[in-house]
Design a protein around this ligand. Structure first.
Ligand code: SF4
Length: 71
């Protein structure tokens, strides 16, 4: 694969994507956040005494994927 295709995405990264939400409570300069492109998933948990919560993918500000969308 062409390295230029891997590294030059014209500023398209999670940090510039409309679906990205910086992690609450984090330092505003922190690099982690949640991808809200899709609804959260609920992991299977074998213990019915545990509370089930949805989970969004956590990504770094510099990560990217093919679903990037302008803010
Ligand atoms: S993983 Fe893709 S859709 Fe989700 S925030 Fe990053 S670039 Fe956007």
């Amino acid at each position: 694969m062409d390295d230029a295709l891997c590294t030059d995405r014209g500023g398209q990264s999670c940090g510039t994507c409309r679906f990205w939400k910086r992690a609450a409570g984090d330092d505003p300069r922190g690099s982690w956040g949640q991808c809200r492109r899709m609804p959260p998933t609920v992991p299977e948990v074998g213990d019915d005494k545990l509370v089930h919560v949805g989970v969004w993918p956590h990504t770094d500000v510099a990560d990217w994927c093919g679903e990037w969308n302008a803010p």
